[in-house]
Structures are given as structure tokens and as C-alpha cells.
Design a protein around this ligand. Sequence first.
Ligand SMILES: NC(=O)c1ccc[n+]([C@@H]2O[C@H](COP(=O)([O-])OP(=O)(O)OC[C@H]3O[C@@H](n4cnc5c(N)ncnc54)[C@H](O)[C@@H]3O)[C@@H](O)[C@H]2O)c1
Ligand SMILES: [Zn+2]
Length: 292
Amino acid sequence: MSLCMFYRNLNNNLLSKVSTIMAKRQSSDMTTFKEVLRSAKNVVILSGAGISAESGIPTFRGAGGLWRKYQATALATPGAFRENPSLVWEFYHYRREVAAKAQPNTGHLAIAKYEEKHATDKNITVITQNVDGLHARAGSKSLVELHGNLYKTRCTKCKEVLVNTDSPICEALAGKGAPDSAQIGSDIPVKSLPHCQKASCGGLLRPHIVWFGEGLEPEVLNKAEAAMSACDVCLVVGTSSVVYPAAMFAPQAAARGATVAEFNIEPTPATPEFHYYFEGPCGTVLPLVLSD
Ligand SMILES: NC(=O)c1ccc[n+]([C@@H]2O[C@H](COP(=O)([O-])OP(=O)(O)OC[C@H]3O[C@@H](n4cnc5c(N)ncnc54)[C@H](O)[C@@H]3O)[C@@H](O)[C@H]2O)c1
Ligand SMILES: [Zn+2]
């Protein structure tokens, strides 16, 4: 066995031992978690697509992960946009329309109410991987949108970022974007897709979203990391914890001694690393935990 393999095996063994020890210590006792939360000063709520599932917005992993014949994760890439901007804009037009019709659910609302109630005695930061804008619509104030927002565009030429809630975002996308697998791409000419309105530019617009293979904006990442490193309690809500760098935020907080509680309908690869695990739809469980 090579030295490198020896160390990798050693590392894996150690990790699985730590996970086993943590799993043994893991609790689903809501009363004790609520006590810990009550005395916390700095709280982070880290959310993923699962929190919006009960608002009718499909997650990427699981049943809703296909749009037409495509894995959603395969369209959310710079390569897909370069190759077929019409198809990617159709996909995002569909997602914009779905999210615009959706309403924040009891999970989003419980978080916003909790922030309001503790506005003077706790620092609460909501860090979301979601791009649907539902946390903001629910009233969350201290919000870090790690992966951008469906209702922002970025010019591929001059890089200007603008809020855009037009429906449809351009005439050519009206009635397009249907998700069923029988649909074929409508091959909208690039000149009819959304373009920068600045006369001096006129570049093609793209969704202001961090796609797979792209880095997070440094200011956004700094804000998230500052909140994560200061928190004494972190709630990880509805995320599969597989998309980096967000996937390492909560395990890192747990490793330095913060109390981390996960809320999901099923265990994730990160579950063994956390102190608490609460299974169930977060629209039901979060209001119970955050009610006082
Ligand atoms: N709503 C959105 O904005 C949206 C939707 C899909 C994907 N995305 C993007 O895709 C990436 C995917 O990562 P992710 O971890 O956020 O999502 P994901 O799709 O990988 O995982 C969703 C997680 O939510 C859990 N879940 C589903 N329903 C739930 C419920 N009712 N209550 C609690 N948990 C529930 C699932 O078990 C799963 O672990 C992110 O980068 C995100 O930006 C965003
Ligand atoms: Zn421009």
C-alpha cells in the first residue's frame, strides 16, 4: 500500500470513528435543543431547497430533479449556457414563473417571526442556498443569498447586476419553459433572449445565479463565513449538504464546538456530524422549535 493510500485509509477510518461517536451522542430531544437555543447569542439558520419544497418548488435531488429530460444540475452550468442559451433561459424562465406563484410556507414564516422576536437579544443570520426569494418574501431581514437570485440578471459583457421581476422576462419566452419531457427546446435566436439595456453594451444577460462549477462572490462568502464562525447554534434546514462550499459550513461549526441541529425528511451525508437531528417536513418541525 502506498503511503498516500495508507494516510487516506487512516483518515477515512478516523472520520468514520468520529461519525460513529457523534451518531451515538446525537439527540432528537427538542426540549434540550430549545434550551440551548434560548441561551444562544449568535444563531445561523442555513437553508437549502428542502425548505421551499412545501411551497411547491422542486428540489434538485429527488423526484423534482428533472426538467424535461434534463437533470436540473446539468442545466445550471456555464457550459450549458454557452452551448444553448435558449434552453437554459427556458429553464430559468420556468423556475422564475414557478417561484413567483409560490408562497412562503410555515417554515419560512417561522424563521422570519423568530428573527423579529429576537431582534434585540440575538444576532440571527439566515444563510440560504436557495434562489427563489421566499425567505425575503417571508420577511427575513439578515439574509445571505449564497447562490444568487432568480430575479436578478447579470450582463455577460459589462457584468451589471440588476433586479428584474418581469414576467415573462422577454417576449420570446412567453408561454415557453414547460417542464414535461415531451417538450423540445424552442431554439429562440440569441438576439431575442434578454439583453443589456445599456446602449453602449447590449450584451446577453444571464441569470445572476452561482452555477455548478462557478465560485461564490467573495463578499457574499465573507459574510457567510463571518456569521458561521461566530455562531453558537446553527440550524441546518432542508439541504442535502453535498453542494460546496455550503456543505462544509455546518460540519466546520460543529467541529469547533458550536451546537448544530439538522432538520430534514431523511438523513444526509452530514447527519452523523451534528449534535441534533430532527426528522420531518420543516414546515411542521421548525414552527415547533422556533416558537419561543
Ligand atoms: N428553491 C430553490 O431556490 C432551489 C431549488 C432547487 C435547487 N436549488 C439550488 O440547488 C442546490 C441544491 O442544494 P440543496 O442542498 O439546497 O438542495 P437539494 O435538492 O440537494 O436537497 C434538498 C434537501 O431537502 C430535503 N427536503 C426535501 N423536502 C423537505 C422538507 N419538506 N423538509 C425538510 N427537508 C426537506 C431533502 O431530503 C434534501 O436533503 C443549491 O445550490 C440551491 O441553490 C435551489
Ligand atoms: Zn451590459
